[in-house]
Ligand binder design. Structure first.
Ligand SMILES: Nc1ncnc2c1ncn2[C@@H]1O[C@H](COP(=O)(O)OP(=O)(O)OP(=O)(O)O)[C@@H](O)[C@H]1O
Ligand SMILES: [Mg+2]
Length: 467
């Protein structure tokens, strides 16, 4: 059962019980008031009648007495019967159709009292018998039975009015609570959806609930959590890329470069091996043989020199560099590659960047490679945005593209030397760029969203820390 239905049931139950428990006492009050009125009426009629018939009893005028009784019966619809006893306590006159009931005198004896009232449970329903004394110190009593049917009718009428009210209020309660419960469940449903979004790892998204109550407070906390998750995720990714690279650099570059080296050295070594094999059998060496040996050794020497040159970084030549101007120059170098594409380049916040201390030629190489990679990422055209950012310790330049992104399974490899997905790529661009930025005390990292694009960040330390 969902929350909305629960709220609706709860509010409806409250509405119904309120109506019920209000109507119940009201009904009691009305009934009491009605009974009191009835009793008062009966006492008053009985009193009046007594005055009217006292003389008739003394004169034993049955006719006048019965007449007076019948007049009352005609006028007062509630009155069921009237009877009166004479001074000896015997029935003197009555209005019973079929003679007096056998034990009528035991119903409600007045005794020594002025008046006595009793509720009788008869076949005709509840009847209130009011007995009054006619003459003091005699047994003469007048009794008047008044029906409570009127009360029954009133109650029935009340029911006719109250039952539809109860139904109407219940219905109104259901409708109102169904509508109002939406106020609660709607934001809650948003939260439920939002937790699914977070579950999918889409951190940084926000739940749109703008209210100043507890729900709004919850929403603000949720949004803060989402932002924190996003930042943490980015930090972890960054740390992962970085540590993974340190390791990849060690293993992969050593492995791959050694493999390349072994391959290069294999040919001259084979030649030398064959020659020495021949010398074992026939030790005289011709001039040609000596030349071949000398050439092969030279070849080995050149390969090793080149390799050492590649491995050993030349010293950095630092100068103060205006990044905005440097990017402009790199863009002019890349102009030819951009010209025939549908790519627009936008620069953003680069003017205000403080100068950095770096090797100009190497930094140009880094940015050129990143921009060329971005161009390659968007063969169908798109947009490259180059933006700058600075804080107390770093200056950053970010190259954004709207290409296909770097698929997750190759993210850990793009900085490896010789890793490429391009037919004519060498796969050295990013690994060299990474080493250059690292030797400047900075960091090169990326964020990539498959299908949306990639951003490479070049983070360089601020000048004073760079020394
Ligand atoms: N902006 C980018 N968007 C998508 N993939 C990229 C991006 N930049 C680099 N890559 C991926 O990383 C790989 C390695 O890039 P890297 O610059 O090291 O080599 P390359 O561009 O393939 O060759 P080259 O040595 O000529 O630069 C690329 O082949 C490509 O798959
Ligand atoms: Mg490249």
């Amino acid at each position: 059962m969902n929350l909305r239905i629960k709220i609706t049931i709860l509010t409806t139950a409250i509405a119904v019980s309120v109506v019920f428990f209000t109507l119940l006492p009201i009904r009691g009050v009305i009934m009491n008031a009605f009974r009191e009125e009835l009793e008062k009426k009966a006492v008053s009629i009985a009193g009046n009648l007594t005055d009217r018939i006292a003389n008739n009893i003394l004169l034993t005028d049955h006719f006048q007495t019965t007449k007076a009784f019948n007049e009352v019966l005609v006028k007062e619809k509630d009155v069921e019967y009237i009877f009166v006893t004479n001074e000896e306590g015997r029935i003197f006159a009555h209005t019973f159709d079929n003679g007096t009931p056998p034990d009528v005198l035991t119903w409600n004896p007045v005794g020594n009292r002025e008046i006595n009232i009793q509720l009788l449970d008869t076949e005709k329903g509840y009847i209130r018998d009011v007995g009054v004394r006619v003459f003091n110190l005699t047994k003469s009593e007048l009794h008047l039975g008044i029906r409570e049917d009127g009360l029954k009718h009133t109650l029935a009428r009340m029911r006719i009015v109250t039952i539809p009210i109860i139904f109407f209020v219940t219905f109104l309660g259901i409708v109102a609570s169904f509508v109002f419960s939406r106020l609660i469940t709607k934001p809650l449903n948003k939260f439920v959806e939002f937790t699914k979004v977070l579950g999918r790892g889409e951190f940084g998204r926000k739940v749109e609930v703008r209210s100043e109550d507890e729900v709004g407070y919850l929403a603000r906390n949720f949004n803060r959590l989402s932002m924190e998750l996003k930042m943490t995720k980015e930090k972890i990714e960054e740390a992962y890329t970085y540590t993974h690279l340190l390791q990849a650099e060690k293993l992969s570059s050593i492995g791959q470069i050694s493999a390349g080296l072994a391959h290069e050295l294999k040919n001259p070594m084979t030649t030398l091996k064959m020659l020495f094999q021949a010398f074992k059998e026939q030790p005289d060496m011709t001039k040609e043989d000596a030349e071949v040996i000398s050439n092969e050794i030279e070849k080995i020497d050149r390969i090793l020199t080149d390799f050492i040159g590649f491995v050993k970084q030349k010293g950095l030549r630092y100068s103060k560099i205006d990044l905005n101007a440097l990017i402009d120059r790199v863009l002019s170098l890349a102009a030819f590659d951009i010209e025939n594409t549908d790519i627009a380049v936008h620069k953003d916040m680069l003017e205000g960047l403080p100068p950095v201390k770096a090797d100009r030629a190497l930094l140009e190489q880094v940015f050129l490679n990143l921009i060329i990679n971005a161009i390659h990422a968007m063969p169908g055209g798109g947009e490259i945005r180059i933006s700058g950012k600075t804080d107390e310790s770093f200056t950053e330049v970010m190259i954004w593209d709207k290409g296909a992104g770097i698929p997750p399974d190759i993210r850990s490899k793009v900085f490896d030397p010789f890793f490429t997905t391009k037919a004519d790529g060498t796969g050295l661009g990013l690994s060299i760029a990474y080493n250059i930025i690292k030797s400047h005390g900075g960091k090169l990292f990326f964020n990539s969203n498959e299908g949306k694009g990639t951003v490479f960040t070049v983070r360089l330390p601020k000048e004073e820390e760079n020394g």
